[in-house]
Design a protein around this ligand. Structure first.
Ligand code: GLA
Length: 716
């Protein structure tokens, strides 16, 4: 049911919380934050940063509760093992009640109460919630939608990233906060803003900045005209100032090349806004760490580029709100993507679901309280060195009165609190084992931000979903216990044995060369339909499809059948699998046929192929099979080609993941179901909490977890 609603949540945020900035005032060049990036720490160890403790926390809003309650809150947090809070990310008006008048006394008192109970904090820079007085004084900081209509005050993050008044106000509050807390030992660091990534910006400042960005990219207007193919419909530009922002055109169509450059520009502009704050913080408070809370699969921003500016990645995980594919492989993939977005380094969850998600008009699903422990272990299993629950207590006010925290408004110590307190005790015992371990994988998924944007600009069919493909291939390897990394095009992926790169729609020549080298050196590459169609400018290739990948995949595609409703069957090794979305009709040119279509005028024609290339192989799947059975088979085939073994298939609702350091491996077995489950492991193990011997048969209770220590470290 809510899968659709839930899956649409981030998109909902994008579409309706995506306000833009209004257009008056001076040139954008002046409005833009400086371009020089802030320098993050080379290596960052979260546990060391938190004084040797695993970060176990809650997002806390003391400003919304009577001060007399703070002491009891802090005591109860400490009793639950909480040693960390995030504070203040929406408290701009409390910190700066009038322009230039700062008041941190209340926050100092809150920090003091918390510190007395061993709890340290990350402070939000509060720019996600500009005060009403700021909007009143500078109305043009308010975002406008893509039709040019300005939003009213009353939500959050509805500001223009490039508005000079907003940037000046940002500088003032961030400077004051950094100055005030640079030497406070209870403050570990700063979270910049909150869930950066919208509003998209379409105002006057933004348009001028976009034109300046294009000028820097193309240098000459005729180069831009050529790259974008503006000859189509006579869109040729004769001056940089003629170039519009995308959308809000008749029929809602736009030059796909312009739109893709806009997406890049917006992603970089977001990064520059983050840099703008990071530079202030680093200059004034160099001893404090910097992060920002992100949104997993959210794709308006290329996190892999944003995160080079911060010390560690952090994200907000709501399995019962945001999940589509499942309530465990969905978050698992998002954890892995977040880890991958910071080059594989350990991360933290800044907001971990702690109760029913619900905004004013929509709800997620209620979870069995024991799942809050399972999800915390899941985060750890995927490389988190910190878990912070959102939020300590449900709000009495505003949009999120239905979004449950650990405690409800009545502050009764409920079942969720007891579950989280149990986890707090366990994680403290496990910290020495967890510290220094990393996720190791031999299989990776390649996420292409350019392709994701290009598909938003020109969606293939109604039911096309880039992320769903990631999830399907991901889940197949995870069902057989393999750790999976997520990598981005500019990163090094040469160490992997298998690389799955679904629908590599807009691929640069450089990426195609890199993938060719990967395969030639022995890697197994899985490509799927609609790969190699566009170049980096989102212009259709003049080569035979799959374009730059045709030789690598040993196929040609002269015909395809986009389907929104009609299904197909494909036949592979004697079995039939339903398929949908898109059907590439493949002509082998050296490749061996793996699967054929069952219906329509192309019945019997190849649907999937395997091509040996150099020392490796390329599997091309021209459609989207719809059952797990297909992906299970394909995962086995890809692993076999790569010479790696996969584990025995796990029961549905059970996950296995591991972290390791020299000589030791921690294995996490997680049961997301309300029934006991039985899993076999192959190596001798000890229970990491009790020290007792375990295996080979492991009995997992309903919503149960087992953390095992394995002697010697195997592969991923
Ligand atoms: C996000 C935000 C939080 C809160 C939660 C629940 O992840 O960062 O401030 O709004 O969602 O909606």
């Amino acid at each position: 049911m809510q899968a659709g609603v839930i899956g649409g949540y981030r998109r909902w945020k994008m579409l309706f919380l995506l306000p833009l900035a209004m257009a008056i005032g001076t040139g954008a060049a002046r409005a833009q934050p400086p371009r020089k990036p802030a320098a993050p720490a080379k290596r960052f160890d979260l546990i060391r940063w938190n004084h040797g403790q695993f970060i176990y926390g809650a997002d806390y809003y003391p400003e919304a509760w009577p001060e007399r309650q703070w002491e009891q809150d802090a005591r109860r947090m400490q009793a639950a093992g909480i040693n960390f809070v995030r504070l203040g990310e929406f408290a701009w008006v409390k910190m700066e009640p009038a322009e230039g008048r700062f008041d941190f006394a209340w926050l100092d008192r809150a920090l003091q109460v918390l510190a007395a109970h061993g709890i340290r904090a990350v402070l939000g820079t509060p720019t996600a919630a500009p005060p009403a007085w700021l909007y009143a004084k500078y109305p043009d900081i308010a975002a406008v939608n893509r039709e040019g209509i300005r939003y009213r005050f009353g939500s959050r993050r509805n500001y223009s990233l490039l508005n000079p008044h907003f940037l000046a106000a940002t500088r003032a509050i961030v400077t004051a906060e950094a100055e005030h807390y640079k030497n406070n030992p209870a403050v570990l660091g700063f979270q910049i803003d909150n869930e950066l990534g919208n509003p998209y910006c379409y105002d006057h400042y933004c348009r001028a900045a976009f034109q300046a960005w294009l000028r820097r990219k193309y240098h000459r207007l005729d180069a831009l005209n050529r790259a974008w193919g503006t000859i189509f419909w006579g869109h040729t530009y004769t001056a940089w100032t003629e170039i519009p922002l995308p959308w809000n055109t008749l029929f809602g169509v736009v030059n796909p090349s312009l739109a893709l450059d806009y997406d890049r520009f917006f992603s970089q502009t977001t990064r520059r806004y983050l840099d703008f704050q990071a530079r202030i913080l680093r200059r004034i408070a160099p001893a404090k760490a910097i992060t920002t809370n992100e949104m997993g699969m959210f794709d308006a921003v290329d996190y892999s580029r944003l995160n080079t500016a911060i010390d560690f990645a952090a994200w907000d995980n709501y399995p019962m709100f945001d999940q589509r594919h499942s309530d465990y492989f969905g978050p698992a993939l998002a954890h892995d993507l977040m880890r991958g977005s910071k080059a594989g380094r350990n991360f933290m969850v800044m907001e971990e679901e702690a109760g029913l998600p619900g905004w004013t008009t929509f709800w997620g699903r209620q979870a069995a309280p024991r799942l809050y422990r399972v999800w915390a272990y899941q985060a750890i299993a995927h490389g988190a060195d910190g878990v912070c629950y959102f939020r300590w207590r449900t709000s009495r006010y505003g949009t999120e009165q239905y979004w449950q925290g650990i405690l409800d408004q009545d502050s009764v110590l409920n079942q969720r609190y007891r579950v989280i307190a149990r986890m707090g005790r366990e994680v403290r015992r496990l910290t020495p084992l967890i510290e220094g371990t990393r996720v190791a994988a031999r299989i990776a998924l390649l996420v292409s931000p350019a392709s994701r944007w290009a598909f938003h600009i020109q969606p293939l069919t109604k039911n096309f979903d880039y992320n769903r493909q990631l999830e399907r291939y991901y889940a197949a390897f995870r069902r057989r216990r393999a750790n999976v990394d997520v990598v981005f095009p500019q990163q090094d992926f040469s160490r992997y044995k298998v690389l799955v790169a679904p629908s590599l729609f807009a691929a640069s020549a450089g990426l195609a060369r890199k993938l060719t080298r990967f395969v030639a050196a022995g890697g197994v590459l899985v490509l799927t339909y609609r790969s190699g169609v566009k170049d980096a400018h989102n212009v259709f290739t003049r080569r035979t499809l799959p374009g730059r990948f045709a030789r690598l995949a040993g196929i040609a595609i002269h015909d395809y059948d986009p389907q929104t409703t009609q299904k197909q069957t494909i036949l592979m090794a004697g079995a039939r699998y339903p398929a949908g979305v898109w059907f590439d009709i493949l002509t082998p040119a050296g490749a061996r046929v793996l699967a054929t279509y069952g219906q329509n005028y192309y019945a019997g024609k190849p649907a999937a192929t395997l091509n040996r290339f150099g020392r490796g192989a390329v599997i091309y799947v021209g459609t989207e099979p719809e059952t797990d059975a297909f992906y299970d088979r394909l995962a086995l085939l890809a692993a076999k080609q790569a010479g790696i073994g996969l584990g025995a298939r796990l029961p549905a609702g059970v996950e296995e993941a591991s972290r390791k350091k020299a000589g030791e491996k921690l294995l996490f077995l997680l049961n997301y179901t309300g029934r006991p489950q039985r899993v076999r492991i192959t190596a001798a193990a000890r229970n990491a909490l009790t020290g007792g011997r375990e295996g080979p048969q492991i009995e997992l209770p309903a919503y149960g977890v087992r953390v095992l220590r394995l002697a010697g470290a195997g592969g991923g």
